[in-house]
Ligand binder design. Structure first.
Ligand code: FEO
Ligand code: CA
Ligand code: CA
Ligand code: CA
Length: 599
């Protein structure tokens, strides 16, 4: 059902073997170097990184954050339709922090010390780094560039789209419900055709606490804690509004006097203009509120609506598609296109067909389903604030943790990783989620019928991940020592049509499984030929990928190396070596003969 691509480039390199070494391994003929690790001075006074983690909160606000994730390279001349492959803005996410690595002696007592909380908030968010290739081929930060910028869990932001002004986003900070502060748990990413960056809020709910006897559905369905935030930020002492807002319990007479609605200002896709250092990030609420893993555009067609895809990475959650109300024209495109459109959720039928179901209060079918389920929505803002609930009532297919998506540059085929789902039982199987206790995950793909904005599609399973010998039924693919993998997560098509797959094994699979350390593979989508291209250091995740337009420099992020460390025992010393604490960092990969990566 899925048409083949016209031309498939070859994978000419020798596969990297699975490994448990505490370093980054790439194929023979390639080189990898480290760029912009956590703590690198990036803005303001450029405070030096202190290897004992004694930098202050104020320092961290001017340094690269922790736990690098989704990333995009913008050629420095992108705004004039240029395509520099030697200078640009590298924009990358910082998903979360590790107490044992960010402070000299790990977590302090509870209540938390305010400056440690300030530092943790500043280590979240996004970095914008102006980088340039040097005469010797290496890449360096352009110090004191006006583009260098940190966006953190405290940066002022605007709410844009249907939820702006809703009474459910009214807070003490923004009584008119138009603004909020910060972005959190920025996992996957996207980028727009008009040269802006999209960052995704994934496991944001855990940062909040609401101890009220009954939580509103906007909190409860997303997992806001009833006891404490994941890092106890709400307890910071001395207390300040910036920290107390993580307590979403109702403490005052009205919403404009407390932070009961603060969690409702999270769970969104956030648009950042990296070329305008003074720009205010925009939370694009029309794209729905859930555990956004990533965001990916469908093929662009002049005069047709924009199409975007996003997965909700939680067990038994969904895959979504947004279709803009206004058509896309290259000359006039901008963020306004993301404020108005229809959000759909996917149903994967067992016969290989699929449907996009509208989550639209003005749609008669949606209204019928909602009332049949006994669920009332006040307006479209209410639907979007409760996107998961709206998807439940629509009859969408519950997936095995949807992570990143990728769209083939020529065919428009859409691929999505389903990382794993150990809670799926034999009674809960369907054709799109075919394995009980799915410990290793799979990759699904589909092709929209006729047009990218179509409401019907045809799908198949691209691969079932697993140990050597794992077969994908209906295909000739049998995994071997060059490509066995588990828990696929990051996913990206390069411009040559090769599919790059990054893994996020955790727990015992990360530490002791047959797969070695987390890794990155590359696949030919036509033949399903697949080879391991990179293995990361000990206890890391490999996530985030982008390249220069000439495909001669590849950027990959190494997240949480040494994540089983304690303050006096670091399980990884990457990248600084010796007895150092591990630091998340970007890895720059080039081919020694100056050729195209992956050839
Ligand atoms: Fe942050 Fe779903 O990985
Ligand atoms: Ca991920
Ligand atoms: Ca993951
Ligand atoms: Ca992660």
């Amino acid at each position: 059902v899925v048409p083949p691509v016209a031309e498939a480039p070859l994978l000419g390199f020798a596969a990297v073997a699975a490994s448990r070494v505490d370093t980054v391994l790439v194929p023979e003929g390639y080189s990898a170097s480290v760029l912009l690790p956590w703590g690198t001075p990036l803005a303001g006074d450029y405070p030096a990184y202190l290897a004992d983690a004694s930098n202050t909160g104020q320092d961290q606000e001017q340094q690269v954050g922790m736990h690098h994730d989704g990333m995009h390279f913008f050629p420095i001349d992108a705004r004039s339709n240029g395509s520099s492959s030697t200078e640009g803005l590298l924009v990358f996410n910082h998903e979360y922090i590790d107490h044992n690595l960010i402070h000299p002696n790990g977590i302090d007592a509870i209540p938390r010390l305010a400056d440690q909380v300030r530092k943790e908030m500043a280590a979240h968010g996004v970095s914008v780094a102006h980088i340039q290739q040097q005469a010797d081929g290496s890449w360096q930060l352009v110090n004191n560039s006006p583009f260098n910028r940190r966006i953190t869990a405290a940066t002022p932001m605007e709410l844009a789209g249907p939820v702006r002004g809703s009474n459910k986003v009214v807070t003490k900070y923004s009584p008119e419900g138009s603004r909020t502060r910060g972005t959190l748990n920025n996992c996957g990413n996207g980028f727009t055709p008009w040269g802006t960056y999209l960052t995704c809020e994934e496991n944001w709910a855990g940062y909040f606490v609401n101890t009220d006897a009954e939580q509103p559905r906007e909190h409860q369905r997303y997992g806001v804690s009833g006891s404490n935030g994941r890092y106890f930020w709400e307890t910071a002492t001395p207390a300040a509004d910036q920290y107390q807002r993580f307590n979403a319990s109702a403490t005052a007479a009205s919403a404009s006097e407390d932070y009961r609605n603060e969690p409702n200002t999270y769970g969104w896709i956030v648009e950042i203009d990296p070329f305008n250092p003074d720009s205010v990030p925009q939370k694009r609420t029309a794209l729905g509120r859930f555990g956004h893993e990533g965001i990916i555009f469908g093929k662009l067609e002049e005069g047709k609506p924009l199409v975007l895809y996003s997965g909700d990475d939680s067990r038994f959650e969904y895959i979504y598609k947004f279709v803009s109300a206004a058509p896309y024209y290259q000359n006039t495109a901008g963020g306004h296109l993301l404020n108005d459109g229809v959000l759909y959720v996917a149903r994967f039928n067992d016969d290989g067909s699929g449907e996009w179901l509208p989550l639209d209060i003005n749609n008669a079918d949606f209204q019928t389903k909602a009332s049949a389920a006994g669920v009332a929505f006040a307006d479209q803002a209410d639907v979007l604030l409760n996107t998961r609930l709206a998807a439940d009532v629509s009859g969408a297919t519950k997936m095995d943790r949807p992570e990143w998506g990728a769209v083939h540059p020529d065919t428009g085929e859409v691929y999505f990783t389903l990382t794993n789902n150990t809670r799926r039982t034999a009674e809960q199987l369907d054709a799109a989620n075919p394995r009980a206790n799915n410990t290793t995950g799979h990759i699904i793909r589909w092709h929209e019928r006729d047009t990218q904005e179509a409401l019907a599609f045809d799908w198949d399973i691209f691969l079932l991940a697993g140990d050597v010998g794992t077969e994908t039924p209906g295909t000739e693919l049998v995994l071997d020592a060059d490509n066995h993998l588990a828990s696929p997560d990051g996913l990206w098509f390069d411009k040559n049509g090769l599919l790059w797959i990054q893994t996020d094994m955790s727990g015992s699979q990360q530490g002791e499984g047959p797969y070695g350390n987390n890794q990155m593979l590359v696949a030919d989508p036509v033949t399903r030929q697949m080879k391991r291209f990179l293995v990361g250091p000990t206890d890391c995740e490999v996530t985030g990928i982008s390249a220069t337009p000439d495909m001669k420099t590849l950027f990959v992020n190494i997240q949480h190396p040494g994540d089983r460390s304690s303050p006096d025992n670091f399980t990884s010393h990457w990248p600084d070596g010796g007895s150092s604490r591990a630091r998340s960092a970007t890895v720059v990969i080039t081919k020694d003969d100056g050729g195209v990566i992956g050839s």
